[in-house]
Design a protein around this ligand. Structure first.
Ligand code: PEP
Length: 259
């Protein structure tokens, strides 16, 4: 990224125990992060770092994690809380100090079956209530092979664009589904190509300002060894990290790949 607005998220998914999460938080608390340097700290964290623990550990993490790292949920309900068994509301997330939510993750789309409209509603509600949204998009392998990568990403983007009140608190995560949890990272060129297309879509369909200031981060098998090359690409403004975010030192390496 050339923009100086690096954003790194750690998606812990459905992993961890009280013990392993205590250890991970302690490793993150003692990690040396690039955000520790610079005279403008702590006003301008650069990079901006968030982690997304499972719901049941959110409170433990928000109360024990360094305030250099913010906390995100992995999902939220589409509206106000109430008679929605098994769901967690945006108000509840805010109540425990959670600042962000990941929405549209491929596992929610393709394993749980959430569609564009449902995800869009969740995003609009969360943003209206003041949470930041990490809005995930990305194509399946067969869609890439059929030459539909841009169409799929644009359609998912449009579902967000149609309903969100503003783009101020949105980070877009481009996560090709074939790269998530597979060890098959996109090449820097493959990722950059889509990031440019997404930025261009924002320019044409939202505004030039939103296109230039919205962070577009890459996710899909990012690790401590491949982050450096990806981070050099002009339009890659950070990462959403799954597996490698469960290891404190490796996650710190990824955070510190900021360029
Ligand atoms: C993710 O789930 O957002 C992700 C990118 O996972 P992984 O890094 O394990 O591929």
């Amino acid at each position: 990224s050339g923009s100086g607005k690096f954003f790194v998220g750690g998606n812990w998914k459905c992993n961890g125990t009280k013990d392993s999460i205590t250890k991970l938080v302690s490793d993150l608390n003692s990690a040396k992060l690039e955000s520790d340097v610079g005279i403008l700290q702590p006003l301008f964290f650069n990079p901006y770092v968030v982690v997304a623990p499972p719901f049941v550990y959110l409170d433990q993490v928000t109360s024990s994690l360094t305030d250099r790292i913010e906390v995100s949920a992995q999902n939220s309900w589409i509206g106000k809380g109430g008679a929605f068994t098994g769901e967690i509301s945006v108000e509840q997330l805010k109540d425990i100090g959670c600042k962000w939510v990941i929405l549209g993750h491929s596992e929610r789309r393709h394993v749980i079956g959430e569609d564009d409209q449902f995800i869009g509603k969740k995003a609009a509600f969360a943003l209206n209530e003041g949470l930041g949204v990490i809005a995930c998009i990305g194509e399946l392998l067969e869609e890439r092979e059929a030459g539909k990568t841009f169409d799929v990403c644009f359609q998912q983007l449009k579902a967000f664009a149609d309903v969100v009140p503003s783009w101020d608190n949105i980070v877009i995560a481009y996560e090709p589904v074939w790269a998530i949890g597979t060890g098959k990272v996109a090449t820097p060129q493959q990722a950059q190509e889509v990031h440019v297309a997404v930025r261009d879509w924002l320019k044409k369909n939202v505004s030039e300002e939103v296109a230039s200031k919205t962070r577009i981060i890459y996710g899909g098998s990012v690790n401590g060894s491949n982050c450096g090359e990806l981070a050099k690409e002009e339009d890659i403004d950070g990462f959403l990290v799954g597996g490698a975010s469960l290891k404190g030192p490796e996650f710190a390496t990824i955070v510190n790949s900021v360029t």
